[in-house]
Design a protein around this ligand. Structure first.
Ligand SMILES: [Zn+2]
Length: 490
């Protein structure tokens, strides 16, 4: 065991228990995570100069070194990231990468414990603008909670920080300033969905677009061989694809330029068109990539809309064979155009398609999960604080109709059992039922931000349960997310 840690345990035991894996050393100090009855602390044992960098309380002296117990605040996180470069997020250097979104900020240590850094590049900080708004968090808070988790776990590999599903330039800029290394631009508001927009409006848009002729000359009559199938752009297919995607492409171009202006160092860029109603066709995929390239947009991952239903928190609904065939075509296009990989969104719990995804992409793919870790937190609550779970469950039901508006789900509330009739010992199994999973999954923002006379209705109590039952919470997370990684072959 690390010598400084051993001495700390011998002399200051009783006040704190330590996270032994977290210990890190520099020339001037030793750092590790510890916890007392009510909170976690960063312990700094070092010379005066190092200790002066941190905000904390002096709790002793060991071998003439000051020992500080420091709160896990932004200031201390920033200092620690400056001293320990492995805590800084970086760009992806692996074929396989995996996003572990964490809506409450205490799951990363468990996530990090199951990552084999040689096989998968983890993105530990990953929240969408929608999630940040609904949970009343900030880019900085999301990043820092992930960094504290990385520190606690002792993980020393590279990891990323993804500002996910960003629609506005100002949100990209603020995430860039805080140190995010991956940006997911979601131009879906600019996709002109032919199933939702009046046909005449689409025709007018096409005919009046100033770049229409110039761009048409690059596509019409061109053909591409994808898996022995010859795909060609004719007047009609070009008009439809151009009209559907051109504004989205222009939006991505503006976002990219703005990002380059604020973040000169490298970053990973993802473009996501997964939240459209129609699956992305092979020709649309080709057009989208070629047009981004022509505009100099350097992107690393692309999230397409695949056939079938990709609902939150539950397995894939659809024809796995059809998904497999479509995926094969898109993978062939990626190989043909090269230089980027596919990204699968709403990837949590899609166990039935993971083996296909891993095989067809040859494990060159990015997968994003988010709400599934929140569900494991709530499973922990159901197990150790049954009455609190019942309160959350009823509250979630009362908010479901309102909160589902921005999600596509087919939840059947009549299949959700009366929570008062479920025994304490069976409560956590409710989190295995798809309808209950979606009710809890979608109402996270309402639950986490509900307040009464200035105090949170649930969040503080949830956090207390998770703190008191941390091992069990971590075990739930490790087993559930571990299943994801295993099925992906990592
Ligand atoms: Zn998405």
């Amino acid at each position: 065991m690390n010598e400084a840690l051993r001495k700390f345990k011998a002399q200051l035991a009783g006040k704190f228990s330590t996270y032994d894996a977290s210990v890190r050393q520099t020339a001037d100090a030793t750092f590790f995570m510890a916890r007392n009855q009510s909170a976690k602390r960063l312990i700094v044992m070092g010379k005066k100069g190092v200790c002066a960098l941190f905000e904390g309380e002096k709790i002793g002296t060991i071998d003439q070194l000051d020992v500080l117990a420091c709160p896990l605040n932004d200031h201390n996180c920033g200092r620690l990231m400056e001293l320990l470069v492995s805590l800084k997020p970086s760009i992806c250097d692996k074929k396989l990468s995996f996003g572990f979104g964490d809506r409450i900020g205490v799951a990363t240590a468990a996530h990090a414990q199951i990552v084999n850094k040689d096989e998968v590049f983890p993105v530990f900080a990953q929240q969408s603008v929608r999630e940040i708004t609904r949970t009343e968090r900030s880019w900085r808070e999301v990043l820092h909670s992930a960094v504290w988790g990385v520190f606690e776990s002792g993980y020393d590999g590279a990891f990323g920080a993804d500002a996910d599903h960003v629609k506005k330039i100002e949100d990209l800029e603020s995430a860039a300033h805080v140190g995010y290394t991956m940006f997911t631009i979601d131009p879906s508001d600019h996709v002109k969905d032919p199933t939702k927009i009046d046909r005449r409006e689409l025709v007018n848009f096409f005919q009046e677009h100033p770049k229409r002729r110039e761009i048409a000359s690059k596509y019409i009559g061109k053909s591409f061989t994808v898996l022995d199938e010859k795909l060609s752009f004719d007047e009609d297919s070009f008009a439809e694809i151009f009209t559907t995607y051109i504004s989205a492409i222009e939006h991505v171009e503006s976002c990219y330029k703005a990002l380059r202006a604020v973040r000169s160092r490298g970053f990973d860029l993802e473009v996501s068109i997964d939240e459209t109603s129609l699956p992305t066709t092979p020709l649309a995929h080709i057009f989208f990539v070629q047009e981004l390239r022509r505009r100099g947009v350097d992107f690393q991952t692309l999230a397409l809309r695949f056939p079938g239903e990709w609902q939150k928190g539950i397995d894939y609904i659809g024809d796995t064979d059809q998904f497999s065939k479509e995926l094969e075509k898109h993978v062939a296009i990626v190989k043909m155009l090269s230089g980027y990989k596919l990204s699968l969104h709403s990837g949590s719990d899609k166990f039935s398609v993971y083996p296909v995804l891993a095989e067809k992409t040859e494990r060159t793919v990015h997968v994003k999960t988010a709400g599934t870790s929140y569900l494991e937190a709530i499973r922990t609550v159901a197990k150790f604080a049954p009455d609190l779970y019942r309160e959350i469950h009823k509250f979630a039901l009362s908010r479901f109709e309102q909160d589902r508006a921005s999600y596509h789900v087919t939840t059947n509330l009549s299949r959700v059992p009366n929570v008062d009739e479920v025994s304490d010992s069976n409560l956590s199994d409710l989190l295995d039922q798809p309808d209950v999973r979606q009710v809890i999954h979608i109402t996270y923002g309402s639950v986490l931000t509900a307040k009464e006379s200035g105090k949170t209705l649930f969040k503080d109590r949830i956090m207390k349960v998770l703190f008191e039952h941390e091992d069990e919470h971590y075990n739930f997370l490790k087993s559930h997310l571990g299943k994801h990684l295993k099925l992906l072959g990592a």
